[in-house]
Design a protein around this ligand. Structure first.
Ligand code: H79
Length: 438
């Protein structure tokens, strides 16, 4: 199917516009709002069917006395992240920025200041690219029609009609447009816009409800270089989106659209929820987190890893610790992440390994997820290798001679065996860097 064109740009130009993003690979997602005070999931209003009046206590008590975005930015940088995306508004409708179009905003809470302004300054100062998440879903605006993901969701068309009789989606559409204009004009250059989300179908919402076509044209006009995700229900429109967003699941292979590989970014959480959840105990291990990053790059994608700061404005110590540990790994192994992508299919993926490849330096990276025994076979690599070393310490990895060396398994024609140390090197996931013959 041919995509309808709503943005004048060639494929080559798009690739260039996205070049920094596909190079950088690793970003921080930040979910922060009045739900952070509930401390039990950013969907708490929907999950517990809380009405506006009851939910108001989180607004009235929003006063993050420890909010210090410089600390967040330093932490993101220490983890090896290169960009960050923050919730300017989540489904609850509360804005972290000083919007002209609502009273339900941070400047009217006890905190009283525009958190986005401070955030942008802090993250820019650390050299991080700036992204804004904005929820097109809104559970607070009086004209947003009740739908199936709304806290007041019901069952039948008749019930919806009754609930929605005084609501006018065209008024909300205008509101949403105005707020997107605000976040894209007040804070200077914005590198990423992350809109969330469409759910077309029965009791759902899609491009006509949001005014998606008009909206995306406006976004492109206001910020021609901005990179936009794919949740406006404009999948069939060229210019309607830039990258796809698998959320909290592992993808099997590089996603395609109309037969072509497309830019993608998976967004993932530490523990399941996005907003701060005090009692959630399902935290991923450091190795799992690193695997998410490496696996994304090994399939040509990015990782946006989420933190949910508390109501006091602090990133949970468990997240902080994990980010520093990711940073420890990145400090010595970043070469297998930045600028890397899926390895050409000529390189067979070894057992228990994930491959990434840097096309500019012509280097192949073998990530050893389960540390193997002494011999390690790379199939079909004979004659293709100039030099092999561990990435973290540049120590040589010797290639076994096929003759005269004790090798338990048969070496196939063209295969190569690496001699690896018996003891696992002191890194969470060791990486072998293979410098290839050009
Ligand atoms: O902002 C984050 C999420 O709140 C939002 N997108 C990311 C980036 C999002 N979460 N879930 N979804 C979109 C899809 C809907 C999932 C649901 Fe549920 C399953 C809604 C109700 C049942 C998850 C589980 C949320 C509440 C319970």
């Amino acid at each position: 199917a041919q995509q309808k064109k709503i943005w004048n740009e060639t494929e080559e130009e798009k690739k260039e516009r996205l070049a920094w993003w596909t190079n950088d690979r690793f970003g921080m997602f930040i979910h922060w709002g009045t739900y952070s005070l509930a401390g039990r999931h950013e969907w708490v209003k929907k999950k517990e069917r809380i009405d506006n009046e009851t939910y108001q206590k989180y607004f009235d008590n929003f006063n993050p006395d420890l909010y210090n975005p410089q600390e967040w930015a330093k932490l993101a940088k220490a983890a090896g992240m290169k960009y960050a995306v923050i919730t300017t508004k989540h489904h609850e409708g509360f804005t972290l920025f000083d919007s002209k179009y609502t009273d339900y905003k941070i400047t009217n809470t006890p905190y009283g200041k525009d958190a986005i302004k401070e955030w942008v300054e802090a993250f820019r100062a650390e050299g991080l690219k700036i992204g804004f998440y904005y929820s097109i879903i809104d559970w607070h605006h009086p004209d947003y029609t009740i739908d199936r993901v709304h806290p007041k969701s019901v069952g039948s068309q008749k019930e919806y009609d009754k609930l929605n009789k005084d609501r006018d989606m065209s008024v909300y559409r205008e509101y949403l447009k105005n707020q997107v204009i605000e976040i894209l004009t007040i804070y200077g250059k914005v590198d990423i816009l992350w809109l969330d989300y469409s759910f077309p179908g029965e009791f759902g919402k899609g491009k006509d409800d949001w005014g998606s076509i008009e909206l995306i044209k406006l976004v492109r006009k206001l910020q021609p270089e901005i990179i936009v995700n794919d949740r406006l229900d404009l999948k069939e429109y060229w210019g309607g989106w830039d990258f796809t967003t698998p959320e909290q699941f592992k993808i099997k292979e590089w996603p395609t659209h109309n037969g072509k590989r497309i830019p993608w970014e998976t967004c993932q959480t530490f523990s399941g929820s996005w907003g701060y959840y005090r009692d959630e105990m399902t935290w991923k291990s450091n190795k799992q987190l690193l695997e998410l990053l490496i696996e994304s790059v090994s399939k040509g994608g990015n990782l946006l890893l989420n933190v949910g700061p508390t109501g006091r404005g602090v990133i949970d110590y468990r997240a902080e610790k994990a980010l520093y540990q990711i940073g420890d790994w990145m400090k010595y192994n970043y070469r297998s992440i930045y600028g890397c992508t899926q390895a050409p299919s000529t390189f067979e993926i070894p057992d228990n390994g994930l491959l990434t490849y840097n096309p500019t330096t012509n280097r192949l990276y073998v990530h050893l997820l389960n540390y193997p025994l002494q011999n390690y076979t790379l199939k079909g690599m004979k004659g293709k290798i100039k030099y092999v070393q561990f990435l973290h310490d540049a120590s040589e990895v010797k290639i076994a001679s096929p003759k005269g060396h004790w090798i338990k398994q048969e070496l196939g024609e063209g295969d190569v065996n690496l001699i690896l140390p018996v003891n696992k090197p002191p890194v969470e996931i060791p990486v072998i860097e293979i410098i290839l013959n050009s």
